[in-house]
Design a protein around this ligand. Structure first.
Ligand code: ADP
Length: 264
């Protein structure tokens, strides 16, 4: 069986609890990654959480950009130290790769970064990627790791992007605002209205970070790749999806070929 390369992106709400790093959740995530490696997966982790980790050491006001940059610089090594400790429990080595959006605009830089990622993965090392918040020029930054992780998946040859979020799936409307919101099991197209919801604040899709997740799903599908959105608090759905191909929760974003439709 061939090696399956995937990207797992975990959001800051999952990684932090009351402003501090949620160590048990990091442990559960690391345990999942170590298990996936046993099943021939190569996992690239995209992890947020540096600013919150920094804030536990030095509680600067997070509303200023300069403070956020400083907090990211303080927190990133602390976050990696935690990951290192947890991965060591499973005899795994992890590594830090800081990227900025402009890397993906220069093909020589993408190639260069890919060589490093390939070498790490070929040696069983888990690359942990984050946006280099401290030096990113404001117009260039992705600002969220959802779109960064979709670029990472595409340019570093992963088949699939897994987004572990504070929400357990994509719903037909915001489940935090509407009790009757229904989970979407599989999504194969995303409308322009949903993709551009950011620009229309009154739109029901505009709350939370769902728009950047939909943009990432759209990017993946346009490149004939899949994205799975599931809970980062409770890892059973993602586990059964990756290991058994079955899931009770979560949403799979997958382009469906016309031929596949006719076959049914
Ligand atoms: P993370 O920090 O994990 O990246 P965000 O909090 O940024 O996640 O984004 C997820 C949030 O998006 C959910 O908590 C939810 O309130 C909101 N949301 C808005 N519309 C939807 C929808 N249609 N389906 C799911 N979540 C939605």
């Amino acid at each position: 069986m061939g090696v399956k390369r995937i990207v797992i992106k975990v959001g800051s709400h999952v990684l932090t609890e009351n402003g501090a790093i949620a160590k048990e959740r990091i442990f559960a995530l690391v345990e999942l990654i170590s298990m996936l490696q046993l099943y021939n997966y190569q996992v690239i982790l995209v992890s947020s959480g540096a600013v919150s980790a920094g804030h536990t050491l030095l509680p600067l006001d997070r509303n200023s950009v300069a403070n956020k940059q400083a907090l990211a610089a303080i927190g990133q090594p602390l976050l990696l130290k935690m990951y290192q400790e947890k991965f060591a429990k499973f005899n795994l080595i992890c590594s830090q790769v800081l990227l900025s959006a402009d890397v993906f605009e220069v093909s020589a830089q993408i190639r260069h970064a890919k060589v490093a990622i390939d070498t790490l993965l070929d040696n069983g090392v888990v690359p942990i990627i984050n946006e280099n918040d401290t030096v990113s020029v404001e117009e260039l930054i992705f600002g969220d790791n959802d779109r960064l992780s979709a670029h990472v998946a595409h340019y570093f040859d992963a088949k699939m992007l897994i987004i572990l979020s504070d929400i357990d799936a994509f719903y037909d409307k915001d489940p935090n605002r509407y009790n009757d919101a229904k989970r979407r099991d599989i999504v194969s197209t995303i409308s322009q209205e949903e993709l551009e919801a950011e620009h229309t604040p009154n739109n029901e899709f505009a709350t939370g970070g769902i728009v950047t997740k939909l943009q990432s799903a759209d990017f993946m599908m346009r490149h004939n790749k899949e994205m799975f959105l599931a809970s980062g608090f409770e890892l059973n759905d993602v586990k059964s999806f990756l290991l058994d191909g079955k899931y009770l929760g979560g949403t799979l974003f997958k382009k469906i070929d016309k031929e596949e439709l006719y076959e049914k």
